[in-house]
Design a protein around this ligand. Structure first.
Ligand SMILES: C[S@@+](CC[C@H](N)C(=O)[O-])C[C@H]1O[C@@H](n2cnc3c(N)ncnc32)[C@H](O)[C@@H]1O
Length: 277
């Protein structure tokens, strides 16, 4: 009799994918070229400066930590992926990095002046819990800032790839239920969650992050190799589906951004900032 296999949960999928060295390293090397462009906005949004204690949640390979250190802050980074933490420590040796879950922080109440979360919100099963934890560890007046990719209502590589998956992907390949990838870019969703947790003065700004590529299919590869959610949808596709998805992404890049031979492919982000009451 075949062994019964527990269905994957969103939490298990995220933990398993980010623990893979090839996924984490590919994210850091290529996908994060766009995420890196958002770092200055996150650092400015929390007002990081000398002697600020900043907690960087879902710190990944340490790109936000590097920006915070440059602004003079003392930085603690937290992530649940040991591979990411190893890269972060190498990139930002002056920061302290700890392994942990962003939904259950082992820090004292009111122990930080600011909290940053670079593209972590879509990856946690319970984003309001992370917001509540951020509020708990922040001193009154401290700021929380987080970034989230814009959804396909704007011109974005994320839309090219996920629309192509919706159109050409195998119907048998789905993700376990979890938060939407772009939910927290939406102020009507993000602001009430922030206010309920004890934040005020919620604001958002858009960053025109992008990838510079010389292959119009590159964004397909970036999602395939360097993301948890996209990778879990793309890696198991049968060859015919994978080929059609990639071809649709190539067509979209050329249709929107010309014949090349080089392309600036937009993948804009929203940065949300709020002040702890
Ligand atoms: C898309 S990467 C973002 C990395 C980096 N902050 C940036 O801005 O590019 C998401 C990171 O969140 C981490 N992560 C996801 N869920 C987490 C959780 N519940 N607790 C801690 N880290 C988590 C992953 O391991 C991964 O490093």
């Amino acid at each position: 009799m075949p062994e019964f296999q527990e269905p994957d949960t969103f939490a298990a999928l995220e933990k398993r994918e980010w623990a893979k060295a090839d996924v984490a390293q590919s994210y850091a090397k290529v996908f994060a070229k766009a995420a890196d462009m958002v770092v200055p906005t996150l650092v400015a949004a929390v007002g990081a400066c000398d002697d600020y204690d900043v907690l960087d949640l879902c710190c990944g390979h340490g790109n936000v930590a590097v920006g915070l250190l440059k602004a003079g802050a003392r930085v603690t980074g937290l992530d649940f992926s040991p591979v990411m933490l190893e890269m972060a420590q190498a990139a930002a040796p002056d920061a302290l990095f700890v392994e942990g879950d962003a939904m259950a922080l082992k820090f004292e109440d009111q122990s930080f002046d600011a909290v940053t979360i670079g593209f972590g919100m879509p990856h946690v099963p319970d984003p309001p819990k992370v917001v509540a934890e951020a509020r708990r560890v922040l001193r009154p007046g401290g700021r929380l800032a987080f970034s989230v990719w814009c959804g396909s209502e704007v011109d974005t590589a994320l839309g090219y790839v996920f629309d192509a998956i919706a159109q050409y992907g195998s119907s048998g390949i789905t993700l376990p239920p979890g938060p939407g990838a772009n939910d927290y870019a939406d102020p009507t969703l993000a602001f009430p969650v922030l206010e309920k947790a004890g934040f005020t003065n919620c604001r958002q700004s858009v960053v025109a992050s992008k990838w510079q590529v010389n292959d119009p299919g590159a964004p397909y590869g970036f999602f395939l190799e360097g993301t948890a959610r996209g990778g879990a949808l793309l890696r198991p596709q049968p060859l015919a589906n994978a080929t059609a998805i990639r071809a649709a992404v190539v067509s979209k890049v050329i249709e929107k951004h010309g014949p090349g031979p080089e392309w600036d492919v937009p993948i804009p982000a929203v940065v949300t900032v709020a002040v702890a009451v």
